[in-house]
Design a protein around this ligand. Structure first.
Ligand SMILES: Nc1ncnc2c1ncn2[C@@H]1O[C@H](COP(=O)(O)OP(=O)(O)OP(=O)(O)O)[C@@H](O)[C@H]1O
Length: 223
């Protein structure tokens, strides 16, 4: 699905990530953890070709990102749903319109029943007409997840999806991500929350990637 081969990245200062080689296999579930500022968001941006590696190779769906045209990148991105750390909505538009925005932007029509099903799945069916500023943190995160999957992506990348919510809501979001994985989607969740990772391990065969001293390594079972 997505692979990194000897990837390094720097923003112009010192190297932030180096010698990153790994493969996110279809249907896999990975957590990505590491201290604040270690490069989790940067890793995710490399994984959806928002950033190109300084050196090494990132391959998306069997194609090296540097060989992709702008259109190819847009096409690949449709197969990747991203839940950003800093969830943004268009505040003057109702929740349902915000969630279906990726479809409208790509010129595809949406079946109102599919949208209702999706909002129901994330537990926001009753809030489809609500404006984003009226939503709680957990509601915003669930709306962001719905928006990330509305195009039917193969891969979901979630950056601290439980960053600003309580434990109960974290578990609810985790359950949704696990359900997506059971539907066959490849999932990567960047998180600081080791309790969430421990909790997930009883529900899904998740692997844990840890960023430490610029390297991304598979963590052992000692979380
Ligand atoms: N556009 C940018 N230009 C320059 N430096 C950047 C840029 N974006 C991020 N950085 C720096 O790169 C480092 C890694 O940032 P990144 O957001 O990837 O870390 P993170 O592990 O996701 O952090 P957090 O857990 O706090 O969200 C940080 O020191 C950050 O300040």
């Amino acid at each position: 699905m997505i692979s990194f081969e000897n990837v390094a990245y720097n923003y112009g200062g010192g190297e932030l990530l180096s010698e990153v080689s790994l493969r996110l296999a279809p249907g896999s579930f990975h957590f990505l953890t590491g201290p604040s500022g270690s490069g989790k968001t940067t890793f995710l941006k490399l994984a959806y070709a928002e950033l190109l590696p300084t050196s090494g190779h990132v391959t998306l769906f069997d194609r090296e990102v540097r060989t992709l045209s702008r259109d190819d990148i847009a096409h690949s991105r449709r197969r990747i749903g991203v839940v950003h750390q800093d969830v943004q909505f268009l505040d003057h538009l109702p929740l349902a319109t915000n969630v279906q925005l990726p479809l409208s932007v790509s010129g595809r029509s949406s079946d109102p029943r599919d949208l209702a099903d999706l909002l129901g799945w994330v537990g926001l069916g009753h809030l489809s007409d609500a404006l984003p500023p009226s939503l709680s943190g957990g509601e915003r995160q669930r709306a962001a997840l719905a928006r990330a999957v509305i195009m039917g992506p193969d891969v979901v990348l979630a950056d601290e999806p439980t960053g600003n919510v309580d434990w109960e809501m974290s578990l609810r979001l985790l359950k949704l991500l696990v359900e997506l994985n059971k539907m066959g989607k490849t999932i990567v969740v960047a998180t600081h929350d080791l309790n969430l990772i421990r909790q997930a391990k009883s529900q899904v065969a998740a692997r844990v990637l840890r960023i430490s001293r610029r390297r991304v390594q598979l963590a052992g079972a000692d979380l």
